[in-house]
Each structure stands twice: as structure tokens, then as C-alpha cells.
Design a binder for this molecule. Sequence first.
Ligand SMILES: [Zn+2]
Ligand SMILES: [Zn+2]
Length: 136
Amino acid sequence: MIINGQCLCGAVRFHGTPVPQRGVGVCHCGQCRRWGGGGPFMAVRMEGGVTFDADETLVWYRSSDAGERGFCGKCGSSLFWRALGAGNDVAINVSTLPEDHGQQIFEHIWVDDQPGWYDFADARPRKTAAECLGGD
Ligand SMILES: [Zn+2]
Ligand SMILES: [Zn+2]
């Protein structure tokens, strides 16, 4: 199933097919929360990466030694995180997709960076930063 995504103003548009048996990964790290405007970064991945239909206003900001973040330079929407050199294999802000995307939360990452003022009710696995950096 091909799903189309876009930023708030529609200048950045892309599509892809969600990676099967995965879903939405929720990152609670401080960088993701600051970048996204408060809440955690909830991300999906497409099989073989995304295909861009329009990306003239897409800007990449290098946020750490490991990765960079893509946003729309026109409307400011926070769109993607990717490891350096990952090309179009990006973690996509799930809120850029239509609401019937069909993906469910499958894990929480960097939970030791999560502040105490919110919590999620699901029972999906929780991984610490060390577990994220050491694993897959
Ligand atoms: Zn935009
Ligand atoms: Zn994060």
C-alpha cells in the first residue's frame, strides 16, 4: 500500500510503502522533543526509503555526529530524521501521513531521556539510550 505524505504547506511531498511488521517508533530523546516542538518524535519508515514528489524547500540540519533532521524551509514542519549517509532511508514524522495510515506504535526509544510530565499507556517495549546505541 502506497502512502503519500507532506509538510503543512505541501511544498515537500513524498510517498512510500511502510516497512511491514514494524509501525511507529516513538523517540523520547531531548533533541527530538525540542525539534518537534514538545512531544516525542513518532516515526515510520518506508520500504526502500521514501520517494520524493517535491523537495525544493526541504532543508537538512545536522543535529548530531550521527544524524541530521529534515524540515520544510517554507512552513517549518519537522519531517525527517536520518543517519548520516542514509540517503532517502529516513525516519518519517508519522503526522505527515494521512490519519488512516494504519500504523501502530511498536516501540519506545531513549526512554531514559523522557521527562516525567507525560506517559504513554501502551505496553510496547521500552528501550534506553544505551540499548538503542548498542543494538540493531
Ligand atoms: Zn512546507
Ligand atoms: Zn530522538
